[in-house]
Structures are given as structure tokens and as C-alpha cells.
Write a protein that binds this ligand. Structure first.
Ligand code: NAP
Length: 306
């Protein structure tokens, strides 16, 4: 897997789950559960093992404002780092003090601090501050989210020896690889073209020799486009938009969407009846979500060790 090049240089192996674990099916169906939690636990073990005798990776998370969801995300990332013995620090800038200048100065300090391997700027920013120029200030090597134009550019060029790959699509690639699902010559349809999920996902599929189609809100006949997919990645952000009739029998379905359903439970872009037709599918929760955090942890270790 070409996108694994830097991870391999840091000593990480593509996670492989056991044949026994591959037998896990969604109850009452023949659809394999793509268990992201399990793959994430394998990645955590690698982080712990590889860390012995090496520089401790450290993440600085910059949290500006009081957005409750952002506070939850940052604290859960901090917990995942602590779980593998990596350091993390949250710099909280209250709304009353959050200005572009303050954020830039905070990033400059973290860029200059040799003990910091990765910098995460939690979005959205308050007070109407444009995230673009602030994100762009992060040093390329410390951009562990992989959002910078330089990292996206390297991904587009397929130059993986120096690129940091965006965490969520990187997690999808790790999940597919862990289950031994090949992409070469397969038709991959990615629904969604955001800079953080859809576009890098499509580029990663291309790097693995899939034939890639990117669908979006202006795509005509979305259902028919999706039904051609051998591998369907839903990164739309619309609860249950992908139903059984969008899926070719036997396709592999990756659900990136995260929503809080009317019943208060987490749910994805894909409805449950898809289990009846797909050969394998990632659940929500327990699919792509845990791997996004795993890849952030791994990207920070890669930044520290390569
Ligand atoms: P986003 O920036 O809102 O992008 C959504 C994409 O879906 C856009 O490209 C949009 O098309 C497309 N879209 C919207 N409505 C559509 C429709 N009716 N038919 C076809 N395409 C449609 O969202 P995002 O940041 O990529 O995130 C997508 C989902 O993934 C969200 O639920 C988010 O919470 C979740 N997410 C999960 C993780 C994780 O760790 N599991 C990480 C990141 C995001 P246009 O470009 O034409 O508007």
C-alpha cells in the first residue's frame, strides 16, 4: 500500500486481523463487520511497542472558544494519546482572547518547540476567524491532520515518502487493508468531496489502483452511480442517505458519516438494511471513527520518528 510508505519507515506494519475475527457478521446476515475498534487496538499496540527507547511523540491541540463538541473531541484525542503513552497538551484560548494574531503566535511557538511533534488546530474557530491562513501556518512536518496544501499536494502527486495523509481516509485504507480487501482494478465510488475526507479518500483509492468516481450533491442519478461500486465510501454527512437500493449485492461499504439519531444513538450515512446486501461494512459506531484517532496517533509518531 503506497500510502503506508512513511508509516513503514517509522516501523509501523499494516494491521492484519485474524481469520477468526474476519468471521464476525452482522447478526442475521452474511455481511462481515469491518471492526474499526479492533484494528484501532492493533494500531495502539504497535504505537506502544515501537515507542520503546524512542523520542516521546507529543501532540499540541489548540482549542479556541467554547464549542462543547470541540472540547469533547479534543479531550478524547488526549485520552487516546495517554492510552498509548504519548504526550498531549491542550492550549485553550477563551473566545474573549481568540484572535487571528493570538492563534498564529500559538502555532509559531509550537512550530519552534522541538518537543512538539504534531499540532492540531481544532475547528471551527470562533469570532468569524478564517481557518485557512491559521492552518497554513502549521509546519508541514507537524501537520498531523494532513490538511495543509503541501501535504494534500504530495498526496495528489502520489509522493508518499514525505506526505502526511489525512487521518479519516487513511483510517479507511488501514481498515480495508487489515481485512485484506483489494482495491486494484475495483470500482470505488466516494460520495462526498470535502477536503478532509472525500478528496483525499479518492486520491488514496487511486494510489491503490482503484478506478475512482467521486460523487457529490450535484451528481445526477446518485443511486445508479453508487450501484456500480465494488467499494462504496459514504462521506456525506446525511443520516441514512445510502440505502439498500444504492448498493450492488456483494459490495464493500464504508460508512464515514457520524450522526446522533432521533433515538439518541450514533448512526451513519448508511442504513442498516445495507447489511442484507453488502459483503462487508463498517458499523457506526465502531468503524471509521476509532481509526481516525488511531491515524492521528500514528501520524504524530511518524512526525516524531522520521
Ligand atoms: P462536508 O464537508 O459537509 O462534505 C459533505 C460532502 O457530501 C460534500 O462534498 C457534499 O457535496 C456531499 N453531499 C451533501 N449532500 C449530498 C447529497 N444529497 N448527495 C450527494 N452528495 C452530497 O462533510 P465532511 O467533513 O466530509 O464529513 C462527512 C461526514 O463524515 C459527516 O457526517 C462527518 O461528521 C463525518 N466524519 C466522520 C469522521 C470520522 O472519524 N468517522 C471524520 C470526519 C468526518 P458538495 O461538495 O456538492 O456540497
Amino acid at each position: 500500500m503506497k500510502c503506508w510508505q512513511r508509516a513503514a519507515a517509522a516501523g509501523f506494519q499494516i494491521p492484519k486481523i485474524s481469520d477468526e475475527a474476519k468471521q464476525e457478521k452482522f447478526p442475521g446476515t452474511n455481511c462481515t463487520v469491518l471492526n474499526g475498534k479492533l484494528v484501532a487496538s492493533l494500531m495502539a499496540t504497535q504505537c506502544k511497542t515501537l515507542a520503546a527507547g524512542r523520542k516521546q511523540p507529543k501532540l499540541v491541540a489548540i482549542l479556541a472558544g467554547e464549542d462543547p463538541a470541540s472540547k469533547v473531541y479534543v479531550s478524547s484525542k488526549g485520552k487516546s494519546f495517554a492510552d498509548v503513552g504519548f504526550a498531549s497538551e491542550t492550549i485553550h484560548i477563551p473566545s474573549s482572547e481568540a484572535t487571528a494574531e493570538k492563534l498564529l503566535a500559538t502555532i509559531d511557538a509550537a512550530n519552534a518547540d522541538a518537543s512538539v511533534s504534531g499540532i492540531l488546530l481544532q475547528l471551527p474557530l470562533p469570532n468569524g476567524i478564517d481557518a485557512g491562513p491559521i492552518t497554513a501556518r502549521i509546519a508541514q512536518k507537524k501537520d498531523v491532520d494532513g490538511f495543509l496544501a503541501s501535504n494534500m499536494g504530495l498526496l495528489a502527486l502520489g509522493e508518499f515518502s514525505n506526505a502526511t495523509v489525512a487521518c479519516t481516509p487513511f483510517g479507511v485504507m488501514a481498515l480495508l487493508a487489515a481485512y485484506g480487501i483489494p482495491l486494484a482494478s475495483k470500482k470505488m465510488v466516494v460520495v462526498g468531496r470535502s477536503n478532509i475526507v472525500g478528496k483525499p479518500m479518492a486520491l488514496l483509492g487511486l494510489s491503490a489502483d482503484a478506478t475512482v468516481v467521486i460523487a457529490h450533491s450535484r451528481t445526477a442519478n446518485l443511486k445508479e452511480v453508487c450501484r456500480e461500486a465494488d467499494i462504496l465510501v459514504a462521506a456525506v454527512g446525511k443520516l441514512g442517505i445510502i440505502t439498500k437500493d444504492f448498493v450492488k449485492p456483494g459490495a464493500v461499504v464504508i460508512d464515514v458519516g457520524i450522526h446522533r439519531g432521533a433515538d439518541g444513538k450514533l448512526a451513519g450515512d448508511v442504513t442498516r438494511d445495507v447489511y442484507d446486501v453488502a459483503s462487508a461494512m463498517s458499523p457506526v459506531p465502531g468503524g471509521v471513527g476509532p481509526l481516525t484517532i488511531s491515524m492521528l496517533t500514528m501520524n504524530t509518531a511518524i512526525a516524531a520518528w522520521t
